[in-house]
Design a binder for this molecule. Structure first.
Ligand SMILES: OC[C@@H]1[C@@H](O)[C@H](O)[C@@H](O)c2[nH]c(CCc3ccccc3)c[n+]21
Length: 481
């Protein structure tokens, strides 16, 4: 079972979860930083109390991890740049032309050469140069880099989550709830494309915008900032993030010819029983809303076509971990516990699939079904930009890895243009509100010594990467045929 010769195999990471760990690498200027250090959040059990400054230390140890990645046969990594490191101070004063339509939507932001030069004066040059140094180290090994501009933290001057939680979004810097975030994001995106355009083979504007507004304003028990329950706020954040993606897309294109995509949190939505047409409508409105709009310009809910939002998806990053299982009762979708993300940690689902330490059901079939559905819906190149399992004993991961790679291979073999498989992740890292208790690494990290240790799955991964597919002698591990 071989992939095409230029197939991308590797891992994904994010700045906030991997960079800090060695003294001097801290970035205290983001909403997530203050959020996980907030004593009230810790006392309330919203966050774990673990701190990112005790993390894997990629900011300083990047050469070691790149060496390790090479040894494991990695040819591509998806990484990020932290907005709050680049612009620790507000960029509002760099004025750029903004055009609105009759409804006040931001349809155009024009960040030109003069504007990026002025942003360059505001930028934290030490951070900029360090990112260039880190990522050049990888690219100069003749390997590929995919650069994602936003993976959840916002600069404090844009979003103060403690103030929002205490005083409400109208009397605090409210992040994605405020339309100015659209303009500031477009400026930040343009600046990075101008400054680092030579490094990546492809761009992504955002990682999982849906998780940011769902966890921040709806499922507020998950411990995401600002933990402010409001469906209206979730809607507003979603609207602004859609616009921010589109305006960033336009401005990256001014400074770079590389493809610009979006990395999104998908689950396989499975219907156990009930009318399929009701379920498909539900899926379109829930799962495909954001990507429908940035590819087709409209969605099942927003039928009004937005030319300024359409055709802004050169490629689609698919983050897949598990499924969500529903039944339809009186035309209403009811989610079934025990399956998918609602499984019991360390338990077994009703379908007899094992569940991870995080309580996520192992369901590799879902990745194949999802890739097929996404290609039929959007017709763009796909990359599995995240897939992995929280598994401290490495008991599930060998079969999890081979089975999901098999699902990708099956899709590729049917002509679906999946261009890569990036595992989540190379090393253990800081799992947001969960801190260090979830272990997603192929490689274990001793967070006291920062030493890295290969889990057995790292060797399984190496066999797959160096073989560029699943070697015959590993096919017994796949849970699916
Ligand atoms: O939870 C593992 C990883 C995170 O470490 C990544 O930063 C994030 O991109 C990511 N997304 C998902 C799937 C969606 C999800 C997010 C948060 C909580 C539960 C599910 C899993 N993960």
């Amino acid at each position: 079972m071989k992939f095409p010769k230029d197939f991308m195999i590797g891992y994904s990471s994010s700045p906030f979860q991997f960079e800090a760990g060695i003294p001097g690498s801290e970035d205290p200027n983001s909403d997530w930083w203050v959020w996980v250090h907030d004593p009230e959040n810790t006392a309330a059990g919203l966050v774990s109390g673990d701190l990112p400054e005790n993390g894997p230390g990629y900011w300083n140890l990047y050469k070691n991890d790149h060496d390790l990645a090479e040894k494991l046969g990695v040819n591509t990594i998806r990484v990020g740049v932290e907005w709050s490191r680049i612009f620790p101070k507000p960029t509002f004063n760099v004025k750029v032309p903004v055009e609105r339509d009759e409804n006040g939507s931001i349809v155009h932001v024009d960040v030109d050469d003069k504007a990026v030069e002025r942003l360059d004066e505001l930028a934290n040059k030490e951070a900029v140069n360090h990112y260039v140094e880190m990522y050049k180290d990888w690219v100069e090994r003749g390997r590929k880099l995919i650069l994602n501009l936003y993976h959840w933290p916002l600069p404090l001057w844009l979003h103060n989550p403690i103030m929002v939680r205490r005083m409400g979004p109208d009397r605090a810097p409210s992040g994605w709830l405020n339309e100015e975030s659209v303009v500031e994001f477009a400026k930040y995106a343009a600046y990075i494309a101008w400054k680092m355009g030579e490094l990546p083979v492809m761009w992504s504007t955002m990682n999982e915008p849906n998780v940011v507004y769902e966890q921040g304003y709806m499922f507020v028990k998950g411990g995401f900032p600002p933990g402010y329950l409001s469906f209206e706020a979730a809607d507003k954040a979603r609207r602004n993030m859609i616009q921010a993606h589109a305006r960033a897309y336009d401005n990256i294109k001014r400074f770079s010819k590389k493809p610009v995509g979006l990395i999104y949190a998908f689950q396989w939505f499975e219907l156990l029983e009930g009318p399929a047409e009701v379920f498909d409508k539900f899926k379109s409105s829930k799962l495909y809303y954001f990507t429908d709009i940035v590819s087709k310009g409209s969605s099942i809910i927003n039928a009004e076509y937005r030319r300024d939002l359409a055709n802004r998806l050169d490629w689609l990053g698919v983050n897949y971990y598990s499924r969500l299982v529903y039944k339809i009762v009186d035309d209403k979708p009811i989610i079934l516990h025990g399956y998918g993300f609602l499984c019991t940690p360390g338990g077994i689902s009703p379908a007899e699939n094992p569940c991870s330490d995080f309580g996520w059901e192992v369901y590799p079939e879902g990745l194949y079904l999802l890739l097929k559905e996404l290609y039929n819906r959007y017709g763009v190149d796909l990359i599995v930009t995240e897939n992995g399992v929280s598994d401290s004993r490495d008991a599930l991961r060998p079969a999890y890895l081979v089975s999901h790679v098999y699902s990708v291979w099956k899709a590729v073999n049917e002509g679906i243009p999946v261009k890569g498989y990036l595992h989540w992740s190379l090393t253990d890292n800081y799992e947001w509100a969960q801190g260090f208790r979830q272990k997603f690494g192929l490689v274990m990290v001793d967070f006291k010594t920062k030493k890295r240790y290969l889990r057995p799955s790292a060797l399984v991964f190496r066999e797959i990467a160096t073989h560029n597919g699943i070697p015959d002698e590993l096919q017994h591990l796949t849970l699916i045929q």
